[in-house]
Design a protein around this ligand. Sequence first.
Ligand code: FES
Ligand SMILES: [Fe+2]
Length: 423
Amino acid sequence: MQQPVLTPFDLGTGELRPDPFIMETGKVDLGVYYKQERFEAEKEIFGRVWLNVAETAELVNPGDWIVREVKVRSVSVIIVRGKDGEIRAFHNICSHRGMKLVWDEKGRGGKFSCPYHAWMFDWAGDLINIPDEACFSYVDKKESGLTPIRCETWEGLIFINLDLEGTQSLADYLGPLTERLKNVPFASYPYTARVGSMIDANWKLAIEAQCEAYHVRALHARTVSKMLSSTDNPFVHPLHVEYLGAHRMNSVPRNPDFELSPAKLVQAFSFMNAQQMVIADTGAQDKPEETFAGHEDINPTRSNFWGNDQFVLYPHFIFHLSLGGWWLHRFWPIAANKCYWEAVYHFERPQSLRNQFAVQYSLALNRDTLMEDNLALVQQQMVMESGAKKIVQFGEQEGLCKHLAAVSEAAANDIAAARIAAE
Ligand code: FES
Ligand SMILES: [Fe+2]
């Protein structure tokens, strides 16, 4: 298998290189999935790198806002589109006595009234009203606004960085990806469905399960195996792999010989009506330039057996681009052995009940497949903590997992070195 080119990366602390031993051997210390010391380093990483939290499409009108949580940092974030059209982020904590300011998940109007004593803030984070203000002679309203969080967007995706002192821009953090996916038509797929679940497993295990298709034949034998695994490519080797600084991508093939089973009537009906995420529907697009397939950097090998391109951004964000739409995953560490997983699926807007049915079928199929992953992860985490094995072993077809582990290792070592230097 041809090895992709390895490049250095920068998480805002200077140039780092993916751990060479992991890249060479695919061997990773198993303790990284449960040891508290490693988890503490990762907590710090989540406090200083760019994190994807939302999409600009969630904030269509001035005054629209959403709340997202970065629990591993005890942070709740208000993300709001201002009356000036700009998207800003603030810590969701009141300047009076530290109450969580907004308890709902989303809303409109761009004003935030604290549930405790009703101090009021606006979309710019300014404190605009204090009830019984005469009793607060030591409060300077201009100095008592919401605490800002760095917030930038890229191709309709909203990222935050919790390190207010940090100077690295989102474009620099994304590195080669910034140009690699310029003008990708995310917006052509505006119909969304969101799912999420708490998983009793380390967040990196959950990411790995979405980063390789080696497990498809075994773990997904009852769901999507036949759609991906083919006679020529039984273990679903990627068509193409790229290491992009701290990030990475591969092209996932589909099974060109997949045949609908006469026994699976619902599946057959659904697939006839397009909008599939797993299997490409090559005849469905009237305007290829507005689809992912029309973008010159997607499906880079121009394979007829292309299923989707998958981008895995450090530390916790994955998105897949396919003919029928795109979907994303965010993995949020909670504890060393617990994470929260969320996924958002994006389709073209269904034009008919048939389309609608196909979308629902696709969602159900994806849900079932992901449940197979998530249930397996819990079993994996449980026995990993026994200490019976010291390493995990990645193979060549698990290159994305290996690269992620090598970047994670370098980032954690960087934190450890900084700690020692500070002592
Ligand atoms: S804590 Fe918010 S108004 Fe009192
Ligand atoms: Fe899976």
